[in-house]
Write a protein that binds this ligand. Structure first.
Ligand code: NDP
Length: 239
């Protein structure tokens, strides 16, 4: 029997990149997977044999409705966006879009999940996808950095409140991972080389590198881990 057999997991932003890899790995570990997102997750549904839930996580209150159906045991808050501009030029809409999706939706989705788990007297796991920019400043990404610092902080406060209620709340802080999100960086030879030169492991991360950690944090092996933000970054923060 696999570690997650009999568990139902909901992954936000499951149609591509890190979210898709996590959905696939959770299903390989035995979980039934709900692929939640605003775009079609048809490919991930085909890969996982899971189900699709169309939800726009820019609307935190709509996202809360994700738990009105069958019981969910594992929530992976992966959906996220980035907007790039100098701080002096940064617009209110770029601020709000990022904070609504990356932070507000993550909080209210977690709240709805926790309420549902507690109401049925069950246990649950939340895995938040944070970032290197949960610890560092970054450049030209003020709302993203603020939101990801917020994800690390929320991971700790929610772990603190919910550990005694049987819910593990943890986060993964990915380094530079080769997804659509980082395509522009990888296409720029100078920036790409500068990043690669700074990664002790000597390569960009793959979505699967994050997926394995998400499975671990979702499994009974991680039952005593609460409020951790695990760096999966090829050693970037160790430098
Ligand atoms: P992608 O852009 O490939 O994936 C982002 C996912 O989030 C997509 O599935 C996207 O759906 C979804 N999403 C965005 N906005 C919404 C929304 N309003 N409602 C529902 N779904 C939404 O990027 P990654 O896979 O790289 O990113 C996944 C997570 O990992 C993000 O939280 C990101 O911040 C984080 N991360 C990524 C790093 C990297 O180097 N790639 C490094 C550190 C953290 P859609 O296709 O519909 O837009």
């Amino acid at each position: 029997m696999s570690a997650l057999t009999g568990k139902r997991a909901l992954v936000t932003g499951a149609n591509a990149g890190i979210g898709q890899a996590i959905a696939v790995a959770l299903s390989q570990a035995g979980a039934d997977v709900i692929c939640a997102g605003r775009s079609s997750s048809a490919e991930t549904v085909a890969l996982t044999g899971g189900t699709e839930l169309r939800l726009d996580f820019a609307d935190a209150m709509a996202a809360r409705d994700a738990f009105s159906g069958d019981p969910v045991d594992i929530l992976v808050n992966n959906a996220g966006i980035i907007r790039r501009a100098d701080a002096v030029d940064f617009t209110e809409s770029d601020w709000d879009d990022v904070m609504d999706t990356n932070l507000k939706a993550l909080f209210f989705t977690s709240q709805a999940f926790a309420r549902a788990v507690m109401a049925r007297g069950a246990t649950g796991k939340i895995v938040n996808i944070a970032s290197l920019l949960s610890f560092q400043g970054g450049i030209r990404v003020p709302s993203y950095t603020a939101s990801k610092h917020g994800v690390a902080g929320l991971t700790k406060i929610l772990a603190n409140e919910w550990a005694a209620r049987g819910i593990n709340v943890n986060a993964i802080a990915p380094g530079y991972i080769a997804t659509a999100n980082t395509e522009a960086l990888r296409a720029d030879p100078e920036r790409s080389k500068a990043i690669l030169d700074r990664i002790p492991a000597g390569r960009w991360g793959r979505p699967e590198d994050i997926a394995g950690t998400a499975v671990f944090l979702s499994s009974p092996a991680a039952d005593y881990i609460h409020g951790a933000v695990l760096n999966v970054d090829g050693g970037w923060l160790a430098r």
